[in-house]
Design a protein around this ligand. Structure first.
Ligand SMILES: Cc1cc2nc3c(=O)[nH]c(=O)nc-3n(C[C@H](O)[C@H](O)[C@H](O)COP(=O)(O)O)c2cc1C
Length: 322
């Protein structure tokens, strides 16, 4: 995830169990691009035993081929092509999710990258640009190339993150592709993980926002799949996680308000699992003392925190925990 799955965040996530595989945020590829140093660092300096897949985004075939050749000189488990980014600044340039409007172009890119990638080559997609009806054509394109894994975020690009994840389309991909498929989208708890695995019959799951909110999630899912009890973090455990994030994300010499601002990137997700006025209060502070006072007020307790989004459906308003 952009600006989230940095080397420091990956290292921290691994301390809580972590995923089986990490994906980097995407390397932006164009005619004059060079792989971004900080993303390369998340590969080269990975202190964990967890393999890392390098993700690229772009539509310039010679530049993509040059970049994936270079990335393969680093310890990457696979190269992944992003066909899902919904940011207008990206899709308007016909990269990421924007490419889903042009299946022939996707076809050409997959052909060139498959030839250039000597290690596993994987793809991350959405169901289409504006309509799930586009998915069948995309599946035909994916089936033409011996890709090693397809991850499906089961929404369209224009849907962004809105409700209505179509896991039924993931099952369709599982049934008609030879490669393994990972299901992605709104998996926030071991129960949801079990349900999505059952419904889609996918080989596994990719989890994004859930791990920011709940770093215990991967261990909770592994335990649940093994029929064992998993970690049950308390408010104080969440407080300790936020402290560890602060330490991991601190930039020496940075202004106090900028550090608090950086933390809000993560707290925006964590706060959805805390409920009440926690997020409302955090968003209004820009001092370190204010930040910790609010965190303590809401989290200095021993009660279990499921850390799933607690939403009333109203923007910015969340229900108090039960
Ligand atoms: C802050 C943020 C940054 C993201 N950056 C990327 C990215 O660089 N590459 C990518 O494939 N997906 C990216 N995503 C999308 C997630 O990988 C995932 O597909 C999406 O959030 C849905 O899964 P989730 O419900 O588990 O979060 C990003 C998501 C968020 C919230």
């Amino acid at each position: 995830m952009q600006d989230v799955t940095t080397l420091s965040f990956m290292s921290l996530a691994a301390r809580y169990g972590g995923p089986d595989v990490f994906w980097t945020e995407y390397f932006r590829v164009h005619g004059a691009s060079r792989p971004e140093k900080w993303i390369l660092d998340s590969i080269r300096l990975n202190p964990t035993p967890i393999p890392v897949v390098a993700q690229v985004i772009g539509n310039d075939i010679p530049a993509l081929v040059r970049t994936v050749r270079e990335l393969q000189r680093h310890p990457v488990a696979a190269i992944d092509l992003n066909l899902g980014c919904p940011a207008p600044v990206v899709y308007r340039k016909c990269a990421g999710g924007g490419l889903l409007r042009q299946p022939e172009r996707v076809d050409a890119i997959l052909g060139a990258l498959r030839d250039a990638v000597q290690i596993p080559f994987t793809v991350k997609t959405r169901l289409g640009f504006e309509d799930v009806g586009e998915f069948d054509r995309l599946l035909e394109v994916f089936a033409r190339h011996p890709i090693d894994l397809l991850t499906i975020h089961a929404r369209t690009v224009l849907q962004m993150y809105r409700p209505g994840v179509r896991y039924d389309f993931i099952k369709r991909a599982v049934q008609c592709l030879k490669c393994p498929v990972l299901a992605n989208g709104n998996i926030f708890s071991p129960a949801q993980a079990r349900q999505v695995l059952m419904q889609t019959e996918s080989r596994g799951l990719m989890i994004g926002r859930g791990i920011i909110r709940n770093p215990w999630l991967f261990d909770q899912i592994r335990a649940s799949q093994a029929g064992k009890p998993g970690p049950t973090p308390s408010g104080r455990d969440v407080l300790a996680y936020i402290r560890a994030l602060w330490e991991a994300e601190i930039t020496p010499g940075i202004r106090e308000s900028a550090q608090v601002q950086r933390m809000k990137k993560f707290i925006n997700f964590i706060g959805e699992g805390v409920g009440g006025a926690f997020l409302h209060e955090i968003r209004r502070t820009d001092t370190e003392a204010g930040f910790w006072s609010i965190c303590k007020e809401w989290l200095d307790h021993d009660r279990f925190m499921p850390l799933e989004p607690i939403s009333t459906g109203l923007p910015g308003v969340v229900s108090p925990p039960a």
